[in-house]
Write a protein that binds this ligand. Structure first.
Ligand SMILES: N[C@@H]1[C@@H](O)[C@H](O)[C@@H](COP(=O)(O)O)O[C@@H]1O
Length: 244
């Protein structure tokens, strides 16, 4: 099934639409299992959800949040790491309990074992109700880099140069990031709903390729063309090269 396209005039309205989807799911299923990205794209959505929580408009007390990915070598205390950013921007402000958070420990001594742990937790929770994704400049979803086999669950990934370069924006100083640890394409495909968010003209060509390229592991975002229930939330700039 083709992903549903939703184009919004700007980043703020796109963020609001994403936050509304999270709140709608939680009001229907308070125990929902939701996989969340870090990165710049979801910041507006987090802000809206934090405010909604403060106003008592949504209830996060029974849900579980899973972290999409992490840089190898990074833990919750490390500036610029995915858990660190998500903690700061979302998980702490909404006062989530530790037992509601499942995150890859990028500092795990045995990363393969860490993947197995997260796979097991996700399976024991009955899979993901919702996965929210950003997209990388090389079409990566989470840290599934081009070439990742599509039958993969959680795994360690070797980062392409573009991911290492773009990833520097999360760090205060030049930081070595060579590998990631990430949910797999299979987690994404098995999620009941997948939402990909993209904003800004820098993402326009990536979005165009995600929709127009033949479905291929060489461009991971094309996987969403085969998802049973996927939506793209885009601002006008990110959507400027597609027809909708
Ligand atoms: N590890 C993150 C992903 O989880 C994120 O979704 C994507 C887009 O990031 P941004 O929203 O900052 O463009 O790339 C990063 O590498």
């Amino acid at each position: 099934m083709k992903p549903k396209l939703n184009v919004y005039q700007d980043y703020e309205t796109m963020s609001l639409a994403a936050a509304e989807r999270v709140m709608a799911l939680l009001s229907k299923k308070p125990t929902a299992v939701i996989c969340l990205p870090s990165g710049s794209t979801p910041l507006g959505m987090f802000e809206i959800l934090v405010t909604a929580n403060q106003k008592g408009m949504t209830d996060f007390s029974q849900c579980v949040f899973i972290g999409l990915d992490e840089w190898i070598g990074f833990g919750a205390e490390d500036d610029g790491g995915c858990r660190n950013l998500l903690n700061k921007d979302f998980l702490k402000p909404i006062g989530l309990r530790e037992d509601q958070i499942v995150f890859f420990d990028g500092k795990a001594i045995d990363p393969e074992e860490e993947c197995a742990r997260v796979n097991k937790v996700v399976a024991s929770l009955g899979g993901l109700d919702l996965i929210i994704l950003g997209v990388g400049m090389n079409g990566h979803l989470a840290l599934n880099e081009p070439g990742t086999p599509w039958d993969s669950y959680a795994h360690v990934s070797e980062l392409e140069n573009v991911t290492k370069e773009v990833g520097q924006k999360y760090f205060k100083q030049l930081t070595v990031i060579n590998q990631g640890i990430t949910v797999g394409i299979r987690h994404i495909m098995e999620a009941k709903t997948a939402i990909l968010m993209a904003s800004g003209s820098a993402k326009a060509a990536v979005i165009q390729r995600a929709l127009a390229f033949p479905v291929t592991p060489a461009f991971p975002a094309t996987a969403l063309q085969n998802h049973m229930n996927a939506e793209l939330l885009l601002d006008a700039e990110a959507a400027k090269l597609i027809e909708y």
